[in-house]
Design a protein around this ligand. Sequence first.
Ligand code: NAD
Length: 284
Amino acid sequence: MIISGKDLAREVRENIARKVASYRIEYGREPNLCVILVGDDPNSHTYVRGKGKAAQEVGFSHTELLLPDTITEHELIDRIHELNNDDSVDGILVQLPLPKHIRKHRVIEAIDPNKDVDGFHSRNVDALWHKLPGVRACTPKGIIKLLDKAGVEIAGRHAVVIGRSNIVGFPVAKMLLDRNATVTIAHSHTADLGAITRQADILVVAIGVPKLIKGDMVKEGAAVIDVGISHDPETGKLSGDVDFAEVEPKASVITPVPGGVGPMTIACLMENTLDCYTRKMQWD
Ligand code: NAD
């Protein structure tokens, strides 16, 4: 079964749009997301446009703050502080990567954790590790929703996560652990990757190496989630980390690239923005 992230993302967005319509009446305004883009990277522009389009579709107001790459770290942090103090802004997101002269961790830490819709602030990461309420990172959250939608049993199964980034691998491993899977994390120093992946009932691949996971590396009946987005050097086309043609016949469920995890990341970003807004409105 191919799990369509596009279809599930549409369901999530429709659900958000319905809530926004009623919250607008209850609280007098819709959620407001501010996306900050520093510099002119064309890929980043595409991602920011996608986020803006999704925000519009669910009925949020949405601002794009486009800043030149000559901005200093200090100036950028000042802009973030202004947005933190602006009551009309519910969610703040800084599109990554940032220019080299700006330290990513300094910028992320400057965002109010209650407006940190990406879930990257150390207070939100800490909340995940301590099982406390907080904003959960979008891609891992989307992966769990995809597994649930496909009816994949998580508790008691062996989940193998390849990749240990703070954005995907590490948090998704923790979320699977919290759902009572037995979790193995593999990475670029793992000696025999195939020996580990062949044990996986659930295989989550987040590395960014096109088609690294071949058919003979996957157990019959495994659920396979392909997070990778890169360009196949042979065809130039968008590719996942999984060789789809080889793995799909063996997998019980699999996500395609594109159209799998990607749309769910954006849908979860909208969900996080709505959550930040409702928490704020209910406190006020
Ligand atoms: P990253 O570069 O921060 O981390 C990559 C990880 O892969 C590292 O932990 C590294 O140890 C591991 N790795 C690299 N080569 C390996 C190999 N040959 N064998 C085993 N492990 C290896 O990347 P990231 O930010 O986690 O992103 C991973 C991929 O997922 C990228 O292609 C990225 O574009 C994609 N991504 C997709 C979404 C989405 O919404 N679909 C979101 C975030 C990231």
